[in-house]
Design a protein around this ligand. Structure first.
Ligand SMILES: Cc1ncc(COP(=O)(O)O)c(C=O)c1O
Length: 376
């Protein structure tokens, strides 16, 4: 399909290409100096006293967070249903049960702290929050709840790299912060992820668990810094490679600029929609904090047919849209899971995500809004 306005578009330059070439010329492709440099650059960019561990995806980061925090069978983890399915899948990977919490309101699609508190049982061990679309969750309330009940707190920052809540970097409130560098994210390495934490013991576990439970790396052995290894526990192959790390270092340098470009586009979309499509509501429009502006979801008037027809008609006219998200409890794989999430249920059929990326032009945005208007 030749989109006039794709849902997202990559912004990759010569620096990324050169970075990959330099790794190829170095003849060392995995777990080497680029990973160490990427991790250290990520910690520095976060601007807090954290350490970072590069992994193959945010899914791996979330999975390792649960494992290292000791969450397993018989445990419950509270998680939003209005998020990417990986958030609940990883809870199942460790044998625990996802308990779905509602969004805060029709205009604030972050997890509701009130509903989180209401869903705590004697089996609850952790809360997983997602800074939806880059807008920070209310970390004051969530931290208070997690501390009051002695629960682990995992922040999924896949939408919110370099975001903050009241000046504190996202990912540093909880036990761990997990980031995605999948293709459509604010910064990308194609596939990739990062875990950050202030807890040195967790960081050490992540380094071992991401590489089969092995206590030394191939690179340490190549360099003569280690001559053997032990397998300390059951681990995984969740490593990132050197090429991706090299791309990540370059993308990270551009991230604040990308985020600012996204912000300009979101502000323009909001004005266009207020002027031309007042029947469309825009979540987070009156949000009191800044965002990383990862995606631009709106709520259409009417039922699910209106939304589904709009996606199809917009595609016919060259505009690619998406849905963030179909709530997890509505997927076949989650049938039978009880989810009392009335606000999520109410908005689910009306969510539409419009194209957003740093190089989106004014003309493309005008077209998106006009084409959408023609579908309502
Ligand atoms: C909120 C959220 N969590 C987790 C993930 C999983 O990320 P990855 O593809 O890097 O595993 C995504 C990816 O889309 C996401 O949006």
């Amino acid at each position: 399909m030749n989109w006039k306005v794709p849902f997202f578009d990559l912004v990759l330059g010569d620096e990324e290409k050169q970075a990959v070439l330099s790794v190829m010329e170095s003849n060392w492709m995995t777990s080497g100096p680029m990973i160490a440099d990427f991790e250290s650059a990520f910690s520095t960019a976060t601007g807090a006293d954290v350490q970072s561990v590069a992994v193959s995806s945010a899914t791996a980061a979330l999975h390792l967070s649960l494992l290292a925090l000791g969450i397993g069978s018989d445990d419950e983890v509270i998680v939003p249903s209005l998020t990417f399915v990986a958030c609940a899948n990883v809870i199942r990977y460790v044998g625990a049960t996802p308990v779905f919490a509602d969004v805060t309101s029709e205009l604030d699609w972050n997890i509701s702290p009130t509903d989180v508190a209401a869903k705590i049982t004697s089996r609850t061990r952790a809360i997983m929050v997602v800074h939806y679309a880059g807008y920070p969750c209310n970390m004051d309330k969530l931290l208070t709840i997690s501390q009051k009940y002695g629960l682990a707190l995992i922040e999924d920052c896949s939408h919110a790299p370099l975001g903050t809540w009241k000046g504190q970097p996202l990912g540093t409130f909880g036990d761990t912060g997990c980031f995605s560098f999948f293709s459509n994210k604010n910064m990308t390495t194609g596939e990739g992820g990062m875990i950050i934490s202030r807890n040195q013991q967790l960081i050490e576990r992540f380094r071992i668990l991401r590489t089969h439970g092995i206590t030394t790396s191939t690179y340490q052995r190549f360099k003569g810094h280690a001559y053997g290894y032990d397998v300390a526990e059951l681990g995984y192959n969740y490593r990132l490679d050197e090429m991706r790390a090299a791309i990540g270092i370059v993308q990270l340098r551009k991230l604040l600029f990308f985020n600012a470009q996204r912000k300009e586009r979101v502000e323009r979309y909001r004005c266009l929609i207020a002027e031309r499509l007042p029947q469309v509501s825009v979540p987070f429009a009156k949000y009191h904090t800044d965002s990383s502006y990862h995606i631009f979801p709106v709520l259409l008037p009417g039922d699910q047919d209106v939304r589904d027809n709009a996606i199809r008609d917009m595609a016919d006219r060259g505009v690619q849209c998406s849905i963030h998200y179909r709530p997890i409890h509505m997927f076949s794989a989650y049938q039978g899971v009880i989810a009392t999430v009335p606000v999520t249920d109410r908005i689910a059929g009306s969510i539409l995500t419009l194209p957003l990326f740093p190089s989106l032009t004014d003309a493309q945005m005008d077209m998106v809004v006009d084409v959408l208007g023609g579908c309502l």
